[in-house]
Design a protein around this ligand. Structure first.
Ligand SMILES: *Cc1c(COP(=O)(O)O)cnc(C)c1O
Length: 421
C-alpha cells in the first residue's frame, strides 16, 4: 500500500459483517473462560488482552496504523506527546545514565530533560543541531545511552540532520530517537534515514483537529539491544518471571518492554475514545499535509516580500540556512508552521496579532485552523526584552501555524493586520 492508502486502511481490516469503522471498545477489562487462561496471559502478556491501562483494541488499531505509516515494526500510544518522550527514554535509561539531545527541541521537552530527568539522576547533554561530527562525538560519555532530536524543531524550525546523528549514535552503540511531530510520516520517515525510535505528539497534525491530546512511540526494530550496553533487555526481568525481552520478542524487544514494564507501571495510556478521534485525523493526514505545505509556502513568500517584516523563518524558503537539509529530508515541504519577526518589536507584534480576525490566538500549533502565538507574551512572558534577546527570542517574533482555510482568506487576514500596524 502507498502511504495515502495506509492512512485509510492500515491497522484495521474488518471481516465478514464486522463494522466498517474501527469500533470504540470503551472497556477497562477483558473476559476469560478460565483461571488458566488468565494465568497464561500473565506469563506472556502479548498473547491476549489484560487491562486497558496498557492495551485496548481501538488504541491498538491506531498503533498498528502509525507503525505502518512510519515503517516501524510496532508502536505504542501514550496519553500525551510528553508521555511518549518520557517513556521513549525511560525504556532505555536509568539513574546514573546520560543521553544527548539537540538544544532546539520543544520547550516542554527541554524542561523534562533538564529539570525532571535531572531529579531522577539522568543527565541530558545538549548539543547544537548544527554541531559538527567532532562536537557530537565529544559529547559522548561512557554512560551515554541515547541520542535525541526533532526533525523540524518546535518552535525554532531547525532541521535535524538525521543521517549524521544516526551514524554517530550507531558508532557508539546507542539508538537515535527522533521526534517527528511536525513533518508526520507523510513528509519524512526518519527510520528510512537511520532513526531507531520515532515519537510524536499526536495532538498536532496527526489529529489535526485539536480534539485530543496524545502521543506515540514507534519502534523500527533495527537497533541491536544485545550490543552489551543494555542489560535491561538481555537479563531476566524479575517483574515478569525472569523473562528476557531480546530472547522472547527479538526485534520487538523495545516496544514490548515499553508496554509491559513502563505502561504497566506508569499507566499513561490513551482512552479508546481519544484513539478513535486520532484515527479520524490520520485518515486524512496525507491530503492535509500536502495542503498545509502549499498554503504555508504561499504565506512564507508573501511575508518575505512584505516590507513590514524583518525576517521569515521557514525551512522550505531558499533563504533559510536549513534549506539544503529540508530538500534532503523533507522534499514535499516543511509543514504549515512559520515564524517571522515583524518590524517594530513587541508592540508591533501585539498590534498585528490583535488585528487578525480569521487566525486565532492560541497556545496550540499544527491545527486545521490558522493560529498564531506571540512567544514574548505567552511561553516566554516572564522574560524582559533584554532576556528575550539573550534567549534568542525577538519581541517581534510571531509563530504562525497556517491552516487549511482558502489561501486568499488567510492572506486577506494577514494584509488587514499588517495595515493596522
Ligand atoms: C507539542 C509537542 C510535544 C508535546 O506534546 P503534547 O501532546 O503537548 O504533550 C512534543 N514535541 C513536539 C515537537 C511538540 O510540538
Amino acid at each position: 500500500m502507498n502511504i495515502e492508502t495506509k492512512c485509510l486502511h492500515a491497522g484495521y481490516t474488518p471481516k465478514n459483517t464486522e463494522p466498517r469503522v474501527v469500533p470504540i471498545v470503551q472497556s477497562t477489562t477483558y473476559v476469560y473462560d478460565s483461571t488458566d487462561d488468565v494465568a497464561a496471559v500473565f506469563d506472556d502478556p502479548t498473547k491476549s488482552l489484560i487491562y486497558s491501562r496498557f492495551e485496548n483494541p481501538t488504541v491498538m488499531a491506531v498503533e498498528d496504523k502509525i507503525a505502518a505509516l512510519e515503517g516501524g515494526i510496532g508502536a505504542m500510544c501514550t496519553s500525551s506527546g510528553q508521555a511518549a518522550t518520557m517513556c521513549s527514554l525511560l525504556n532505555i535509561l536509568q539513574s546514573g545514565d546520560s543521553f544527548i539531545s539537540t538544544a532546539t527541541v520543544y520547550g516542554g521537552t527541554i524542561n523534562l530533560f533538564a529539570v525532571t530527568f535531572k531529579k531522577m539522576g539522568i543527565e541530558c547533554i545538549f548539543v547544537s543541531p548544527d554541531a559538527s561530527e567532532d562536537e557530537i562525538k565529544a559529547a559522548f560519555k561512557p554512560n551515554t545511552k541515547a541520542v535525541f532530536g526533532e526533525t523540524i524543531a518546535n518552535p525554532a524550525l531547525t532541521v535535524f540532520d538525521i543521517e549524521k546523528f544516526a551514524k554517530i549514535a550507531h558508532e557508539n552503540n546507542v539508538p537515535l530517537i527522533v521526534d517527528n511531530t511536525f513533518p508526520t510520516p507523510i513528509l519524512c520517515r526518519p527510520i528510512e534515514h537511520g532513526a531507531d525510535i520515532v515519537i510524536h505528539s499526536t495532538s498536532k497534525y496527526m489529529d489535526g483537529h485539536a480534539v485530543q491530546v496524545g502521543g506515540v512511540i514507534v519502534d523500527s526494530g533495527n537497533f541491536d539491544w544485545t550490543c552489551g550496553k543494555f542489560p535491561e533487555f538481555t537479563e531476566p526481568d524479575e517483574s515478569y518471571h525472569g523473562l528476557i525481552y531480546t530472547k522472547s520478542y527479538g526485534k520487538a524487544a523495545y516496544i514490548v518492554k515499553a508496554r509491559m514494564q513502563l505502561m504497566r507501571d506508569f499507566g499513561c495510556y490513551p482512552s479508546a475514545q481519544s484513539a478513535f478521534y486520532l484515527n479520524l485525523g490520520l485518515e486524512t493526514l496525507a491530503v492535509r499535509m500536502k495542503q498545509y505545505c502549499e498554503n504555508a509556502q504561499t504565506v512564507a513568500e508573501f511575508l518575505e516580500a512584505n516590507d513590514k517584516v524583518e525576517s521569515v523563518n521557514y525551512p522550505n524558503l531558499s533563504s533559510s540556512p536549513y534549506h539544503e537539509l529540508a530538500k534532503k529530508y523533507l522534499p514535499m515541504g516543511t509543514s504549515g508552521v512559520i515564524s517571522f519577526v515583524i518590524k517594530g518589536g513587541r508592540s508591533a507584534a501585539v498590534k498585528f496579532m490583535d488585528s487578525l480576525s480569521l487566525a486565532s490566538n492560541e497556545v496550540h500549533v499544527a491545527d486545521i485552523r490558522t493560529c498564531v502565538l506571540h512567544p514574548a507574551s505567552a511561553t516566554h512572558r516572564q522574560l524582559t526584552d533584554e532576556q528575550l534577546v539573550a534567549a534568542g527570542i525577538n519581541g517581534g517574533m510571531i509563530r504562525l501555524s497556517v491552516g487549511l482555510e482558502n489561501i486568499n482568506d488567510i492572506l486577506d487576514d494577514l494584509k488587514t493586520a499588517f495595515a493596522a500596524v
